[in-house]
Write a protein that binds this ligand. Structure first.
Ligand SMILES: [Zn+2]
Length: 115
């Protein structure tokens, strides 16, 4: 199966200093959890995002509609990009790594790059 990289988006989630275990070449996360900040009231909330799906929710403070579409990229030693995100009415402030098998080889800091 040929892998097609997602189209580059405005917001890129990039892992800094990735360390892959021996035998592990690529990682693609099907689910991630991000902390987003409402663009209107700056209230923060956590959203669980599934691969190529839109996660949306109403801000608990100001009722502004916020959403994140998660477009995973294939992570490997020369590609630190975890995903590209389409954001509506919010910005990502943090990535919460969930407990995945193999998450230990992803230990690093996360940078959110806004193009
Ligand atoms: Zn809000």
């Amino acid at each position: 199966m040929k892998y097609v990289s997602p189209v580059k988006r405005d917001t890129e989630l990039r892992l800094v200093d990735i360390k892959l275990n021996e035998g592990v070449e690529t990682i693609q996360m099907s689910v991630i959890k991000v902390t987003v900040e409402c663009s209107r009231c700056k209230c923060r909330t956590d959203l669980l995002c599934k691969e190529n799906k839109v996660a949306s929710q109403v801000c608990s403070k100001c009722s502004h509609w916020i959403s994140v579409q998660y477009n995973p990229d294939l992570l490997h030693s020369s590609n630190p990009t975890l995903a590209y995100l389409d954001l509506l009415n919010c910005k990502v402030t943090d990535l919460i790594l969930l407990c995945y098998e193999g998450v230990s080889y992803l230990v690093s800091s996360v940078g959110v790059i806004i193009h």
